[in-house]
Design a binder for this molecule. Sequence first.
Ligand SMILES: [Zn+2]
Length: 93
Amino acid sequence: MNLLLIRLIIFAVLFFAGLKLYRMYREWKLDREGPQQEGEASGNRMVRCRWCQVHLPEDDALREKGDWFCSGDHRDKYLSEQHEEQREQNKDD
Ligand SMILES: [Zn+2]
């Protein structure tokens, strides 16, 4: 009976020690990650698709040569049109 009681006490002590360590770790982690999360929130701004003028979050947008696009399809259309304009300008020369 005594052995069982001692085991129970050891398990209880280990359990609470682990719980305390976990809480300390979580607080330590929150302290370190706190400022980074604020930075991410402020960096989540809206941009406009160069092709269709639709607004979307920067995270979902594609960037190509300083311009923003809502999809790879619109990026390709815009870039191919730019190439055609350049070709026509070359013809005029
Ligand atoms: Zn678009």
